[in-house]
Design a protein around this ligand. Structure first.
Ligand SMILES: NC(=O)c1ccc[n+]([C@@H]2O[C@H](COP(=O)([O-])OP(=O)(O)OC[C@H]3O[C@@H](n4cnc5c(N)ncnc54)[C@H](O)[C@@H]3O)[C@@H](O)[C@H]2O)c1
Length: 407
């Protein structure tokens, strides 16, 4: 039996995938409301293919509970935020989960940490927690790190098709866990040591963050001197060894905007490019706010009630708002004691989650002179006609209408 601890964006699809491929799975989460919802037969977030996977897992006998189980394999996928002051990983949730599972697990069990952690976290925090519980890692507990790479919006496909990394103390434990993931994963699964696995995951997200920061920085340089950043990137990318990403309104989500900070926190004197990149990405919403002001001025719009932000999530076609550029922008406004701009997101139409959010596209457009596209949801791509006649500031460079403003 596998006990998956933490049933959020990563733990739930992983548990469902395992259960729908023949494993006996119990999913445990400390959030009783979340467990109740799953037990009532409803998934907890919107994701392509998740409901079908949920049905298959139910047919495979998956159970959900708030209780930790006594079993020979645990997969821990609880949050790993960063400490805003030190920038270091906050391993508190992982340690709490490990401490709790120690009260239940038999000798010889395998504990897989799926949560993203900075290199050395398992040695520094997880091993001591296990030893304090009376176990010896490598002898009567087998520690494994299996970081996850899936992207919200395409999680179910990527769970099956991505390559994976497994870090383990021993080859046997690594191969055992590899066999477990191989029940559903068709990608290549590399087995390595724990610290290498920890580092690879953080490096992958850091690579993405640095490259996004480069594109964002180009958008500012080009704006400063009236150059077209998109045309410049398009031409540069015709070079056989250049592949520049697209600039955007900032970076959100719980990976790219978080994990690179772990390296800055742990290696402050060494991680210079990373530090600057993260600061660049974090200040991009401020650049967007300045552009809004500039465009309003140029268009003669003086009343900010006539300007609306489209999209609250951190990326298109998902309902995840964590660290989203729109929320960062609204927070900036509030910090300056300004009234938040009107917002709308087609993924949040039941009840408002931020001040001045409206729940229908019609009421969003009503009375607006200017629309700022923060997220490229499929919904807006089907509704360009509704924006005709308005001033459009498109931070994603997706709007096909004439006269659109860009970063
Ligand atoms: N979301 C992503 O796109 C993504 C991608 C790759 C890796 N990751 C990593 O995966 C890990 C999990 O992220 P997530 O997005 O699934 O987080 P999440 O916040 O969506 O889910 C975490 C769940 O863990 C539960 N939990 C917290 N402490 C617990 C405990 N002690 N016992 C039982 N349950 C507990 C919470 O109630 C929550 O439901 C993080 O380390 C994250 O960095 C996330």
């Amino acid at each position: 039996m596998i006990n998956v601890i933490g049933l959020g964006y990563i733990g739930l699809p992983t548990a469902l995938m395992l259960a729908s491929h023949g494993a006996e799975v119990v999913g445990t989460d400390c959030n009783a409301a979340l467990v109740d919802r799953l037990n009532a037969g409803r998934t907890t977030f919107k994701e392509k293919g998740l409901d079908e996977l949920f049905e298959a897992a139910l047919a495979g006998g998956i159970r959900f509970t708030t209780e930790y189980q006594r079993t020979d394999m645990y997969i821990v996928s609880v949050p790993t935020p960063y400490d805003k002051f030190s920038k270091k990983v906050d391993a508190g949730y992982v340690v709490a989960a490990v401490q709790e599972l120690m009260k239940h697990c038999p000798r010889g069990a395998t504990v897989v940490i799926e949560s993203t952690v900075s290199p050395g976290t398992i040695d520094k925090y997880v091993r001591p927690a296990i030893e304090a519980g009376g176990f010896t890692p490598g002898v009567d507990i087998h520690l494994v790190h299996a970081p996850e790479r899936i992207i919200p919006g395409n999680m179910v496909y990527e769970l099956v098709h991505n390559n994976r990394t497994i870090g383990a103390d021993s080859k046997e434990a690594g191969e055992r866990v590899k066999a477990c993931y191989a029940s559903f994963c068709q990608g290549e699964i590399v087995v390595t040591d724990i610290r290498t696995a920890e580092m690879t995951k953080v490096v992958e997200n850091t690579y993405r963050a640095v490259n996004i920061a480069f594109a964002n920085e180009l958008s500012r340089i080009c704006r400063h001197d009236g150059m077209d950043v998109y045309e410049i990137i398009r031409i540069c990318n015709m070079h056989p060894r250049v592949n520049i990403l697209q600039p955007g309104p900032g970076v959100g989500g719980h990976c790219i905007s978080v994990d690179p900070w772990f390296l800055v926190g742990d290696y402050p004197k060494l991680a210079k490019v990373i530090d600057e990149s993260m600061k660049t990405n974090d200040s991009q919403p401020e650049f967007v706010l300045e552009r809004i002001h500039e465009i309003m001025k140029a268009a003669g719009i003086t009343d900010d009630r006539r300007v609306g932000l489209y999209g609250l999530t951190y990326k298109e076609n998902v309902d995840d708002i964590r660290e989203s550029p729109t929320l960062q922008l609204l927070e900036l406004q509030q910090r300056h004691l300004a009234r938040p701009l009107k917002t709308f997101d087609p993924y949040f139409t039941d009840r408002p989650i931020v001040e001045n959010q409206v729940l229908s596209f019609d009421s969003f457009l009503e009375g607006l002179d200017m629309v700022v596209i923060m997220v490229g949801h499929e919904h807006i791509r089907q509704n360009w006609d509704r924006l005709r006649g308005k001033v459009i500031f498109d931070t994603r460079n997706i709007c096909p209408l004439e006269g659109v403003h860009h970063l």
